[in-house]
Every structure is written in C-alpha cells, then in structure tokens.
Design a protein around this ligand. Structure first.
Ligand SMILES: O=P(O)(O)OC[C@H]1O[C@H](O)[C@H](O)[C@@H](O)[C@@H]1O
Length: 484
C-alpha cells in the first residue's frame, strides 16, 4: 500500500490495515467539519483560541515568504547575500567568516536540522566560506565549545527568539557580550555583529539592534512551525536564498497535496489516522522515528518538539480536562546506528511501539570523484537494505522469540533535496494538525512549558536569595548544597 507524491512517498503496508478498515476508522474519528478546518489552516485562518490569534505558518511558504518579496531583494535575502558573499564586514573591517545562531526550541531545532540536512545543496557560485554554528543550551556548555573557535571580529551572532525573552537565549547572549571585549565595544558589536530574528520588534529595538539587522516574523507563526520564516536564516546562510526557496516550494507542494488528496492517497492524513489508530486501538504510547540517512539525524529531536509540544495535552480546545490519550511520546535516532544500540529492545524487548522509518533511496554525493561517489552510492544502498530488513523483522517477527507485530510507516524520497526535505517536514506538520483536530485539542499553545518556566523562576529566586520560600525536602537540600 503506497502513496506517491511529487516529492514524498509513503508505504503503510506494515500498519496491517486494509483500505476499508482505514476508511471506517477515519469516518468514526474525523470530525464532519475536518475539510473546513483544514482549509482554514491552509489559508492562515485557523484559530489558536488560548493565545487569541490565527495560525499562519503555512503562509510563510507562499504569500508571505521571506524570499518571495520584491524579487528576492528583501532584508532577509540581502542579509543572506552579504554574508554568503563575504561582503559583510565586521566593525574592524574584516569579512565575517562565522555565524552563531543563539536560540532554543523552535528557534534552534528546525534551523539546525535543515542546515545539516541540506549542506550539499549550497549554491556553488559562492567562494566565501561561511561556518554556521548553533548554541542553544542555557548551561553554557555549547557556548563554551564554540567561543574558542570563533573570533569576535569575524563573527556574527543571530539572536533567534520569537519572544525575545527566553532566558536560555538571553543568558547565552549575556555571556557573548562579556566575551567580545576587549576586541570590540558593545556599540561596535551591535552595529555589525548582531542579527535579531524575532516577532517582538520592540524588544529588538530596545536591545539596540540596528533596523537593517532585524528580521521579523508574525507572532501567529508558532515557534515549532517557524523554520519557514526568518527563523530559517541559518539554513539560507548554509545553502543560499534560492535553495531555501526550494525548500519552501517542497512544503507548498505538500500543502496542496494535503488540501486536495482523498484519504487513502493523502500522506499527512494517513499518518494522522494511522497514528490515532495505533494510539487508541492498539494502545501504543510511543513512536520511534528512524531516519536511515545521516543527513536527517536531527529529525527525531525536531519531531519531538513538533509533535509532543503540540499534542501532549490533557485539555481540549476550550480548556476543559479530557480523559482520553492524546499525542504519543516521540523518540528515536539515526537508524543504522540505532541497530547497534536500541534495536535489540525493539526486536525482543517487552514494550510495544510504532515506528516511522525514513529513507532516501538514491544519492548523488557531489564533490567527489566517480570512484568515491560509487562507494557512497553503495553505502546508501546498504543502508536501505538494512532499513527494509529491520522493518520486516519488526512487523513479521521470527518464531516465538521475535514477536514482531510492531506497526510502521516507511516514508521515502528518491533523493534528499531542499524540495523533498520541505515536503517531509510539512507532511509531519499536517499530521500533527490533523491529530490535534481529531483529539479536539489546541496544537498551537504550550501551557505546560510555560508553567515549567514559572516554577524555574521561583526556584532561581530562592537560590539567589531574592525570595524566601520553602519547597519540599529534596529541593531544599539541593538549594542548601548549592548555596553553602
Ligand atoms: O523563540 P523563543 O521565543 O525564544 O522560544 C523558544 C522556545 O521556547 C519555549 O520553550 C517554547 O515552548 C517553544 O515553543 C519555543 O520554541
């Protein structure tokens, strides 16, 4: 059972459900107005009730595209052109060689995944070498590793934060401000070494970022849906604005497919319905995401945020508590290496799961001579053979000791290109949307995350002695150890 689209394909044979069963289950679970709600999403009109705004990330791949405006000569494209051509000079006149993206969650995972996956598609009409680095963690561990290998005079920092108020990001930025001295003053740094990407223009102004270095996007674009907006800047810096536009094109093709194709030919809708079936009828609470191409190694982390932050909810769209299971736990890892690590449990362990295998059938492997390319192509085939083998074993099992019956999807592309990558990510976005509709939850807020931030603030205040509060015994003893 296969579905083929322009850029992305799905084989769902090993879900073990025939067309009638899928249609019957969908008829039971999809609300009557599903087509109408889907159209609202595709038009940027779907409501995010708890945050009082619409959901508009889909518009970023068409009308409001960061590269579509004015023949591509908007601020985004101009920033990309200057940095990639080596024409952006630092405050002391040296060309910029390194860019560090400081951001977390949606302001990190998508750009990092995309930059890594699409590296080999960089426009090759650029001679200047630009290194792109990522720093996200609040503890400073990543910053500690990046700072020694970059130079304040030749480095631009992207402060990527939709809200421009995330403590993780601001803490990293604060340390960077200490690090630039004495090579640069803060004024010099702001004038030529900082780009702000945010939907909070006021905060970018207050921070002192010059207008030409501010890239904004709509606050109706959710953080975990934002790689198509200016948040995707690191991807465009890695591959060029034209290639970035191709990624948007692939996503747009998936939007059209999702909007039009009937259920049994609709990849995102099938993923959604089969996923709900696995959750509700088979009681599976987790999905292993298993990419069989090293370029997609960050896909599981990206999908964790996309799916779990969207659909891990215990209240419905109206804020009322619900008593049915919603989004599953998403986990996984690079398939070929997983085979040598956690696959033992998948084949013989006690727990049940569903899996998404993601495969790239062919690769050109540019940049090497014909002999090396042949070797790399053979390796790709080896990887696919392993993917197909493990997928079979998980479904059919083998005798009494390998139970099998673990349902899986195989998502595959002929080649990994900016277009097929865009289509893959958009397919997952729409799957998450459709499941949110089925479960009647708001997939576009994150109250649990916000409560966590509030509690962390209180704990920090107690540690710093600005607030006096007594927590549980364990937390108290840790605070005591920390402050002794
Ligand atoms: O982009 P920012 O506003 O800095 O937010 C970064 C991240 O912060 C929170 O953790 C949210 O739950 C995420 O959805 C968001 O991506």
């Amino acid at each position: 059972m296969q579905v083929t689209t322009e850029y992305l394909n799905l084989d769902y044979t090993f879900q073990g459900l025939d067309a009638d069963a899928i249609e019957a289950f969908a008829a039971k679970r999809l609300p009557k107005n599903f087509a109408q709600l889907r159209e609202q999403l595709l038009q940027g009109e779907y409501e995010n009730p708890s945050e009082g705004r619409k959901v508009t990330h889909v518009l970023n791949r068409s009308r409001h595209s960061v590269v579509a405006a004015a023949g591509g000569r908007n601020r985004f494209s101009e920033v990309v052109r200057l940095l990639r051509s080596g024409k952006w000079s630092g405050a002391t006149g040296k060309p910029i060689t390194d860019v560090v993206n400081i951001g977390v969650g949606g302001s990190d995972l998508g750009p990092m995944m995309g930059s890594f996956a699409l590296k080999e598609f960089a426009d090759d009409n650029v001679n200047h070498k630009l290194n792109v680095h990522f720093v996200s963690s609040m503890d400073g561990g990543q910053l500690y590793a990046v700072l020694p290998i970059v130079d304040p005079e030749t480095t631009v920092f992207i402060i990527a934060s939709k809200s421009f108020s995330t403590i993780d990001t601001l803490a990293n930025v604060d340390t960077v401000k200490r690090w630039i001295k004495p090579a640069l003053t803060e004024e010099q740094w702001l004038a030529a070494h900082v780009i702000g990407v945010s939907s909070n223009n006021e905060a970018m102004n207050d921070f002192g970022i010059p207008a030409a270095q501010q890239l904004s996007f709509a606050d109706s674009v959710g953080g975990r849906y934002s790689l198509w907006s200016a948040i995707g800047l690191p991807i465009a810096l890695s591959i060029g604005a034209n290639q970035f536009a191709k990624m948007l094109e692939g996503a747009r093709a998936m939007d059209e497919h999702f909007g039009r194709a009937p259920l049994l030919e609709n990849i995102p809708l099938l993923l959604a319905v089969l996923g709900v079936y696995n959750r509700e009828e088979r009681g599976l609470n987790n999905v292993a995401v298993l990419p069989y191409d090293g370029r997609l190694r960050y896909l599981p982390s990206y999908l964790q945020q996309l799916d779990m932050e969207s659909n891990g909810k215990q209240q419905d769209r109206d804020g009322k508590p619900i008593d049915y299971p919603t989004g599953p736990i998403i986990w996984g890892g690079f398939g070929p290496n997983g085979q040598h690590a956690f696959f033992q449990h998948l084949h013989q362990g006690y727990d049940n799961f569903a899996a998404d295998f993601v495969a790239v059938l062919h690769r050109k492997a540019p940049g090497f001579n014909a002999d090396v390319q042949q070797g790399l192509r053979q390796q790709q085939t080896l990887s696919i053979a392993n993917c197909l083998a493990h997928r079979r074993l998980m479904w059919f099992g083998d005798g009494d000791r390998y139970p099998g019956q673990h349902p899986s999807n195989l998502l595959f592309v002929d080649e990994l290109t900016p277009q097929s990558f865009g289509a893959l990510i958009a397919a997952y976005e729409h799957k998450v949307f459709a499941q949110g509709v089925i479960w009647n939850i708001n997939s576009f807020d994150q109250p649990g995350v916000e409560l966590g931030k509030k509690v962390a603030k209180e704990v920090l205040a107690v540690i710093e002695g600005t607030k006096h509060e007594t927590f549980d015994e364990s937390t108290q003893s840790m605070i005591q150890r920390l402050t002794q």
